[in-house]
Design a protein around this ligand. Structure first.
Ligand SMILES: [Fe+2]
Length: 312
């Protein structure tokens, strides 16, 4: 866990639960057993057939986020948030190319990769070379790592180097100013809450007074810290919306605070938890279809409820 942020005085407790939290030897053994099952199922043609059926239900969720006055140049800026692809299991490069072509067709200004690009092997990253070439959004592609990206490599260095080599800016506890029509946005990212060393203070270093900020955090529970320092929007994944939902609830989820999917608000700040693209362990999703949220910033629009889904 990183050093606590200097402002706000509120820090996210480490997540808890049977499938998340600090990696004790028991949890590591459990994760490796799940990966073994996952790889075994991946050998079976039925696994990929099931996953392709899931991807026919992929949803591009169009959302609006109103900004305070004074940022008119950001009006209409579109952010596509792509998380939890878990490439390599049930998904090959051809599948990724098809999905990334759909993302490009949604015409985002920025594509934001929210972690868990790979599933159980570091070499799964190589599947992204062709798909990433299909994106090329005008204001860039950015990424933060997830727990799987950390877990299956010796360190995050190779993951970072590969993406940077492909033209993806990795926001590992850092931010970058996005300028548009005379206005600016502070786009930043933190390391994964469970496997990495998130440092929000470093991610926000350089943000101007009053500048809107968008934070990428693989784990949604980091919103606890982001909301304390007035980050307008946090985009997170990790939960897969539960992946399996029964009677409207997820029996297994990964958020201590119940940030399973969709919008949450605290302290005037917004969190959107996307359900992500892929699956882990089993190639099934029940009442939790894959999702790519596309957030459009709205300047000069007042709304008491940021995040009401917009009818495409
Ligand atoms: Fe994750």
């Amino acid at each position: 866990m990183a050093a606590p942020p200097p402002r706000g005085g509120r820090h996210a407790p480490l997540p808890i639960g049977p499938l998340t939290g600090p990696r004790t030897p028991l949890r590591r053994a459990f994760a490796r057993a799940c990966a073994g099952l996952n790889r075994g199922l991946d050998w079976l043609p039925v696994g990929r057939w099931l996953h392709r059926r899931i991807h026919r239900t992929l949803q591009f969720t169009e959302l609006d986020l109103p900004l305070a006055d004074g940022h008119a140049g950001l009006d209409g800026l579109r952010l596509a948030f792509v998380s939890d692809v878990h490439a390599g299991s049930f998904l090959d490069e051809h599948d990724l190319c098809r999905i990334f072509a759909q993302i490009a067709a949604a015409a985002p200004d920025l594509v934001l990769l929210g972690g868990d690009l790979i599933n159980t092997r570091e070499r799964e990253l190589l599947l992204y070379r062709g798909p990433l070439r299909l994106l090329r959004p005008p204001l860039g592609t950015f990424a933060v790592p997830g727990n799987h990206d950390h877990f299956w490599g010796p360190d995050i260095g190779l993951w970072t180097a590969f993406l940077e080599d492909q033209g993806v800016a990795v926001l590992l506890n850092r931010g970058q100013r996005i300028e548009r029509n005379g206005a600016s946005l502070w786009l930043c990212g933190v390391d994964d809450l469970t496997e990495g060393r998130p440092d929000l203070a470093r991610a926000l270093a350089g943000r101007r007074q009053g500048e809107p900020a968008v934070l990428l955090s693989h784990h949604p529970d980091f919103f606890f810290e982001a909301a304390a320092v007035d980050v307008e929007l946090t985009l997170a994944g990790h939960t897969h919306g539960g992946q399996v939902r029964l009677f409207g609830r997820a029996p297994i989820h990964h958020s201590r605070f119940g940030y399973e999917q969709g919008w949450f608000r605290e302290n005037g700040c917004a969190l959107y938890v996307g359900r992500g693209l892929g699956v882990t362990v089993l190639p099934i999703r029940i009442q939790a279809p894959p999702e790519i949220p596309v957030v459009t910033l709205r300047a000069g629009v007042t709304s008491a409820s940021p995040g009401a889904p917009r009818v495409p």
